[in-house]
Structures are given as C-alpha cells and as structure tokens.
Design a protein around this ligand. Structure first.
Ligand code: G16
Length: 543
C-alpha cells in the first residue's frame, strides 16, 4: 500500500447548497470529481491527524464506490480510525448520533436526501462537524474556495476493503471499523421515549403503516417499531433500501408518498401513518384520512413534549426556519420559551442547540428534530408521535384539532415550480427584490402589506450573518407570502412559494387549505409575475 499524489484540475460548481454538494450521479462519476471535493474538505480540517471520522450514506447508487474512495483518501490524510456503517449505510440522523456518541472529529454523509437515485438520479456528499451537525457556512465556503484552486489530491492505492462484515481492517495506518448502523441510534431512541407505553399501545391493537420508501429508514424502523416496540410484522413497508428507491422519489409528502395517503384514506385505514425520506431525516405524519402539515407537527410535539422522558423537564426553546409556519411560535409563547426564526437549512440550528437555547427544531420541508442529535430525524419524530398517541389516547386528528382550538390554525401550503430555467428564476427573484421598497402600505387582494423585505439572519450565538434568505411579504393580519429558490435541486431552478394565513376562530378552521389561501396564491402569482417569467401557470408540487 502506498499513498499516491495525483494532479488534478478544478471542476466548476462544487459549491455546497442548502445541505451539501448535490449533483447528478454522472457528474460525481467523472474521474477526480469526488476526489477533488474530498481533498478540498480535508485540506481545511485542522488537527484531524489520528482522529476518528464517521462515514456512511443512504445506500443510493454510487454509495459503495464513493465509500471506498473516501476511505482511501482518509487513510492518505492520516485519520486514525473510520467508523463505517455496514454496507456503507448510515441514515443522516444515525451518522449524527454516531459522531456524538463516539466523540468523532466529524463525519461524511453520502446522500442526496429526498432526491431520486439510480444511475440517472442524484448523489450527494455532506460534511458534518464534531457536534454531529452539518458544517456551517464558513466551512462550506472554505471547501468551495479550495475546490476552485485545487491542483492535486492524495489517496492510498490500497484495494477495496470488505464493507459488509462487522469488525476492523486497516488501510495504511488507519483502522476501518465496520459498525452496526442501527445500534447506537436505537439506544438513543430508547433514552428519548417511553418505549413501555408505546409497546402497550401496539399490544392493545393499535395499527400503523410506516412507509420507508425503499430507503435507508427501513432497517431502522423495522428494528425499532417491529423489533423493539412489538408492532406486527408488515407494519413497516417498502423497508429494504434500494439503490434507486424502486424508481420512486423518496420524498415523504402527499404527492410523492401518495400510496401512504391512499392507504390512510381507505375505510380500513390504520390508526397512524408515517413515512421517511431517502436518508431518513424527513418525516410525514398522517392520521386516518388526515395528513398533518409539518409546521403543525412541530407545534404539536412542542405542546406535548413533556410526555417523552427526554423532554419531561420542559423545553428550553424552539427554532423554525423562516418559511415554516408560525404555529410553533404560539406554543412557545404559551410555554414562556423563546422561538427563533432561522434561514432554511438545518445547519442554522446547530449553534442554538449547542448553546442550549432551543430543544426542538422544525421546518416546513418535513423536517423535525431536537437536541438529541444535530440533524433532523424522521424516525425520532414518528416515535415522538407514538409516545404522544400512547400518552393521550387520542387520535392524530383529535390532537391536531385540539391544538388548533387552543392556539389557532395556521393555514399553510408550499407551491413549488420545479425545473424552471435558472435565468428566469433569477430574473423573477430580482424583480421581487426591486419591488420591495414600494410594497409596504399597498393593499393586495384586500390585505394591507405591513412589511416587505429580504430575510437576513444574524446568528445569536456567534454573530455570523446570512443575507438574502428569502423575499417576504408580511400583511397586517399576520398572513405571509415568502419566495425563495431551492438550494437542493440539481436541474435548473426550483421556485418555492410559501403561503400562510392565521385563523384563530375554531368555526373557521375547517376550510380546505388551498381555498383558505386562495387570495394569497393570487397575490403571489401576480406580484412575482410567475406565469409571465417562467411560462408556468400552476406549480408542479403542492404540499
Ligand atoms: C435540506 C435541508 C433543509 C431544507 C431542505 C429544503 O433537507 O437540510 O434544512 O429545508 O433541504 O431546502 P431547499 O428549500 O433549499 O430545497 P434535506 O432533507 O434535503 O437534506
């Protein structure tokens, strides 16, 4: 075995987005593409010599090859040990858990999350720091800068190792320890929740359907829900991780998880439905014929947090991304704890969690989590719901309606316009920004604009600043329309339009969501000139 230095040329566009570098598999398959990025990452790490790195991914196409490359490069960089999930598998929250539980220096997570997989699908790589969370912007900016100047990378010429058998092997001086991808995570979940109460719930005949969407959440959900908690075999479906997610789009929302929605709408529907995404950090919660909006799920878990042993003493605060509905703010106010509003991207929650300022975090994009790890966590959210259902004896719908009655309902929807031309998307956002100074005071579809701005964030812990995080039109009555471009897509641009209206009166909380938001939808389309600039009359995905 020898460490070899290869000369290389920079690739354009190796800039991590909302959550790491995501590109088509074919882009990652170019010789040197992954190597350049990993070298640029390793070059920025100080004091990593001899330390431990966690490596794993969601098992999508190209995962196994990428793992071997990363192991050889980690050995060349002088890491002392790599903890690798068996088969190259670690869900994103499990990777975060292992980094924290084993005191690792950091970790590399291979995933393009909810994006489709397979030879023509997407691949991704993300670096997580020692707190278990996604690297903050100052680190990802540094990686990007170095990818633009890179001239060489170092790699061991060792042969591929066996990544499917538990135990230790060596590459150069580095130990590779293949670990059970589920064990550390399962132990952490047992500390968070009242497993006895959930076991009793299943023993009483409570029925559930967990759709793992042929993705990495399957083995975790099977081990915990069917194995430890005693749900009948077959409760977790589509549980075997596939490299192409069965040709489906592993994104747990009512559009891409339509099979679960259909099961939950049937006459003999189970009591509780849930799904997780490609890397198992997202979750969707569904009651009988009753999908729960992610923002409502965050508010509900916050309101009931003390039923779970980990949160029995109460929560320190809540954080939500700016476009996420303000439902959780009202719960936080009632609990007398702060609610922080951050830019989109889980990395913005890390400092707040580390500083103990917040306990729960959530996003409209089907992400919920807490201070137990530093990623959002799909299965954790499902287990939390099971704990609440077991503790209250109420149905999903009863719980959500009761929360609306107490705190008011935030009607909420996101409209996505996917795959539009980047130039058109940029023009649309520039047009919105240009209008901002004139919007305040205008009356649009009967609502007066109170404030119109481009959201900026100053991290309350380290003072770092993030500008241009989404154009907001805020109305007098608390309604909002928010526009931003997705930072996770790999083709063209995706315009996201977030719509929210607050309704305190129980009598008016039963409207259809899209109908309740219709005037705001009209405002959004006309102010942003969506049809004119993109050629799209309607969104591609509505959640
Ligand atoms: C990632 C981020 C989330 C973000 C989501 C959507 O999730 O971790 O914080 O809300 O993308 O981002 P965007 O609107 O920029 O596409 P995941 O599950 O894809 O890692």
């Amino acid at each position: 075995m020898t460490i070899v230095t290869h000369t290389t040329q920079p690739f354009d566009g190796q800039k991590p987005g909302t959550s790491g570098l995501r590109k088509k598999v074919t882009v990652f398959q170019q010789p040197g593409y992954l190597e350049n990025f990993v070298q640029a990452l390793f070059d920025g790490l100080e004091g990593a010599q001899g330390s431990t790195l966690v490596v794993g991914g969601d098992g999508r196409f190209h995962n196994r090859q990428a793992v071997q490359t990363i192991l050889r490069m980690a050995a060349a960089h002088g890491f002392g040990r790599v903890l690798l999930g068996r088969g190259g598998i670690l869900s994103t929250p499990a990777a975060s858990c292992v980094i924290r539980a084993r005191g690792a220096y950091g970790g590399i997570v291979l995933s393009a999350s909810h994006n489709p997989g397979g030879p023509d699908g997407d691949f991704g790589i993300k670096y997580n720091v020692g707190n278990g969370g996604p690297a903050p912007e100052k680190i990802t900016d540094g990686i990007h800068a170095r990818t633009q100047q890179i001239t060489q990378y170092r790699i061991s010429d060792a042969a591929d190792i066996d990544i499917d058998t538990l135990g230790e092997q060596r590459i150069e001086q580095m130990v590779v320890e293949v670990i059970d991808p589920v064990a550390d995570y399962a132990a952490l979940m047992a500390e968070c929740f009242d497993f006895g109460a959930i076991r009793q719930l299943f023993a009483s005949g409570f029925r559930m359907r967990y759709d793992a969407m042929w993705a990495v959440g399957g083995p975790y959900a099977k081990a915990l829900i069917e194995g430890v908690l005693g749900a009948p075999a077959g409760t977790v479906v589509n549980a075997e991780p596939k490299e192409d997610f069965g040709g489906l789009h592993p994104d747990p929302n009512p559009v891409n998880a339509e099979d679960l929605i259909a099961h939950m709408a049937a006459d003999d529907a189970p009591d509780f439905g849930a799904a997780s995404d490609g890397d198992a950090d997202r979750n969707m919660i569904v009651g009988r014929n009753f999908p729960v909006a992610p923002s409502d799920s965050l508010a509900l878990l916050a309101a009931h947090a003390t039923v779970a042993p980990r949160y029995a003493g109460g929560i320190a605060g809540i954080a939500r991304s700016m476009p996420t509905s303000m439902a959780a703010d009202r719960v936080a106010a009632a609990l007398g704890v702060p609610c922080y509003e951050t830019p989109t991207g889980w990395k913005f929650f890390g400092n707040l969690l580390d500083a103990g300022k917040v306990t729960l975090c959530g996003e409209e994009s089907y992400g919920t989590g807490s201070d137990h790890v530093r990623e959002k966590d799909g299965l954790w959210a499902v287990l939390f719901w099971l704990n609440v259902l077991a503790a209250t004896g109420q149905s999903v719908e009863q719980l959500v309606r009761a929360n609306w009655a107490t705190y008011g309902r935030n009607y909420y929807s996101r409209h996505d316009y996917e795959g539009i031309e980047t130039a058109a998307a940029d023009k649309l956002m520039a047009g919105l920004r240009a209008q901002l100074p004139q919007l305040a005071g205008q009356v649009l579809e009967g609502r007066r604009v109170k404030q119109a701005d481009d959201f900026g964030y100053v991290d309350p812990v380290d003072g770092s600043q993030s500008a241009k995080q989404g154009v907001r039109i805020l109305f007098d009555d608390g309604s909002r329309v928010v526009f931003r471009l997705s930072g996770t897509g790999t083709e063209g641009a995706t315009l996201r339009v977030y719509l929210e209206r607050y309704e305190p009166s129980v009598d008016k909380q039963g409207e259809d969501t899209q109908a309740a938001l219709a005037p705001l939808i009209t405002v959004a389309r006309s102010v942003a000139r969506i049809a004119e600039l993109t050629g799209r009359k309607t969104p591609t995905v509505v959640t």
